[in-house]
Design a protein around this ligand. Structure first.
Ligand code: ADP
Length: 323
């Protein structure tokens, strides 16, 4: 972490970390079949790691509470986190294998993924509490996702809320949560699929995204940001609904757009940005992420996002009910 980053308020991410093993082939094999592929990559991944890397690249003091294994992936993961400026003091090494994501991508960019949690299953409430206590006064935002066991994500949300942190939940992958958790969440950032699964409102356009956003608000969430991929993001708060128009970019690979978005949103809120400003910065980061292939390699730097924002007019923000 640089001196510059030390000076900025921090984001603590409680989440998953994996080694992402990706094969690229013309088509995906059918069950029982072996085919020859064209390429292979091995990179740092996991929603928690991607979002803490995004927050670190955004310039926030980014602290990670997670578990990595003691196998050959350990050093690659720790080096990747440290290179992105992430504080790894609260990343615990546990004996055994690191979590992995086994990803297959075909020529049309269709993919399938098997994620095996492995070391991630060793994350505990005690580790989360110890991390948050040690970081008291150094982080103002807690960011988590649902790739860790749901009871631990719930614990992180409650523990962050009790300590006065701004709690941001990226509910990915979507799963049903107990109703009493929502009042501890300040900002929730589902994509269309997650919003649909969690609220029962089928999100197909801005109007349905607004209805899904209201579902979260009715349960006590401070604000919902429904990400709409190439259609932008809808911010639903007690003040109303605002659609942040998408930045026009040429999409190459949409992997990790949501991680770039959530990481930048958390970092911007920690810096004291308003929610509207934070969503614009997050949308710029999400747009830049789709212009580069891969997950963590596509997470943009602060300099790139600032240059990108400086080069073009601010995105149109329109009243959701008129979008
Ligand atoms: P997820 O990866 O979680 O499915 P989205 O695909 O909704 O998330 O992307 C998150 C955000 O990234 C969007 O709200 C948008 O701001 C930005 N984004 C994603 N895809 C594009 C795109 N093709 N063009 C411009 N912006 C995009």
């Amino acid at each position: 972490m640089t001196d510059d980053q030390q000076a900025l308020p921090g984001v603590v991410v409680v989440g998953s970390v994996t080694a992402d093993l990706t094969t690229f082939s013309t088509r995906l094999p059918v069950p029982g079949e072996t085919i020859l592929g064209d390429d292979f990559t091995l990179v740092l991944g996991g929603k928690g790691a991607n979002q803490v890397v995004a927050a670190g690249r955004a310039g926030a003091a980014a602290h990670f509470v997670a578990c990595v294994g003691s196998d050959l992936f350990h050093d690659m993961i720790m080096d990747g986190l440290v290179d992105a400026g992430v504080d790894v003091t609260h990343v615990r090494t546990v004996p055994g294998p690191t979590g992995i994501a086994h990803i297959r991508v075909d020529a049309s960019a269709q993919n399938d993924i098997v994620m095996v949690p492995l070391a991630n299953a060793a994350l505990s409430a005690g580790q989360i509490d110890a991390g948050l206590d040690a970081l008291a006064g150094r982080a103002s935002v807690l960011l988590t996702q649902l790739e860790i066991p749901a009871p631990l994500a719930m614990h992180a949300i409650r523990a962050g809320s009790e300590r006065g942190l701004t709690v941001v939940l990226d509910p990915a992958p979507a799963s049903a949560l107990p109703d009493d958790i929502w009042r501890h969440v300040d900002v929730v950032t589902p994509n269309e699929t997650e919003a649909t699964v969690m609220t029962g409102v089928e999100v197909t356009d801005v109007a349905s995204a607004e209805r899904a956003g209201r579902w979260f608000l009715e349960r006590g969430v401070g604000a919902a940001v429904v990400t709409l991929a190439g259609a932008g993001a809808l911010l639903v708060s007690p003040d109303g609904a605002r659609l942040v128009a998408p930045f026009p970019v040429e999409a190459v690979d949409t992997t990790a757009a949501g991680d770039a978005f959530s990481g930048y949103l958390g970092a911007a809120l920690a810096e004291g940005a308003t929610l509207d400003e934070a969503v614009v910065r997050a949308a710029a980061a999400g747009a830049l992420a789709v212009t580069v292939r891969g997950a963590s390699p596509s997470l943009p730097t602060r300099e790139r996002v600032h240059a990108f924002l400086a080069e073009r007019p601010a995105p149109e923000i329109v009243d959701g009910s008129r979008a």
